[in-house]
Design a protein around this ligand. Structure first.
Ligand SMILES: C[S@@+](CC[C@H](N)C(=O)[O-])C[C@H]1O[C@@H](n2cnc3c(N)ncnc32)[C@H](O)[C@@H]1O
Length: 293
């Protein structure tokens, strides 16, 4: 069963608002766990949900039939960075983002995110867009690959793996996730028990393929402008680079609003034990001013 991360803390942030939210935007629908909690928590509210993955929306069409038919829920295929184009001139009381990939995307070998389960080296959340992980691994220069693994994967010395990738692709281009993860395993060896050596490399590729950090940075001001006065932007991040962007994006907009909590909110220990995916979660909330200053 899908468990929405930090659901209680998120609902509390919405309950504290001066009036119940009437229009809610979930920018990362996924399996709809948070959307379901919003619909149940505020039966009068209208929820609009976006996802760039058509498979997520297809699943939603099946599981939210009643809400879609009654018009309480609207599902839209779009990257949230294009919010202005997907929903021009619309304002919301709550804008919510649960960033990154979903468990079904990670678990489905055919999507190419997994270094354990063999699949095509793809990693696109939106399969209608162009660049795949295989394109990067097969076409980028040694310097470009090393920079990518260093900057987005935070791998301190990626040169050995990069050299092996260049040798291997001379023989045959990479097509499958296991070809790459086995190569990394052989080049790096296991340093930390339970932590596959390919983790950071795969993270870097995934972030690049989906432009994950760029789209958050571009989308934050769009989300804030789409908030009604006293509306709240609620964002869940899952790693430090993402969180840094959200933290500064929120802190630097004092003319528009304020951070509700100075410090980031972590999941409880109980939730971390129950749901391992929640372990690295961080919650930040921004509130738009009552009136513009
Ligand atoms: C972590 S999951 C969300 C899970 C969801 N909150 C739930 O409880 O089921 C993230 C989802 O957001 C989507 N996503 C990630 N980045 C996106 C973006 N820039 N625009 C639209 N959807 C995005 C992914 O395709 C994925 O389905």
């Amino acid at each position: 069963m899908h468990i929405p991360v930090m659901k209680d803390e998120i609902l509390k942030m919405m309950e504290e608002m001066p009036s119940p939210p009437a229009r809610i935007l979930d920018t990362t629908f996924g399996r709809g766990g948070h959307t379901r909690a919003f619909l149940d928590g505020w039966p009068e509210a209208q929820v609009v949900a976006l996802d760039q993955d058509q498979a997520a929306l297809d699943h939603g069409q099946e599981h939210f039939k009643a809400e879609l038919e009654s018009g309480r829920l609207q599902l839209i295929h779009s990257n949230f960075v294009h919010l202005d184009k997907a929903l021009p001139n619309q304002q919301f009381d709550v804008v919510f983002s649960d960033l990154g990939v979903s468990s079904p995307q990670l678990d489905d070998a055919e999507r190419g995110f997994s270094f354990y389960h063999d699949g095509p080296l793809d990693m696109r959340m939106d399969q209608s867009q162009g660049l795949t992980a295989a394109d990067i691994v097969n076409e980028w220069s040694a310097n470009e690959l090393a920079d990518l693994f260093f900057q987005l994967g935070e791998v301190r010395r990626p040169q050995k793996v990069v050299a092996r990738i260049l040798e291997a692709r001379e023989e045959k281009p990479f097509e499958r996730t296991r070809e790459l993860s086995i190569l990394i395993e052989r080049a790096e060896g296991w340093r930390k028990k339970g932590h596959h050596p390919a983790t950071k490399y795969f993270l870097a590729l995934r972030l690049k393929v989906n432009r994950e950090l760029d789209v958050i940075e571009e989308a934050l001001p769009v989300f804030m402008n789409a908030l009604n006065h006293e509306g709240r932007l609620i964002v869940l991040t899952f790693h430090s680079l993402e969180d840094r962007i959200v933290k500064w994006g929120m802190k630097n907009r004092t003319e528009l609003g304020r951070l509700v909590n100075k410090k980031v909110i972590p999941p409880t220990r109980e939730e971390q034990l129950k749901n391992p995916r929640s372990r690295s979660a961080k919650l930040r909330v921004f509130e738009r001013l009552k009136e513009e200053q």
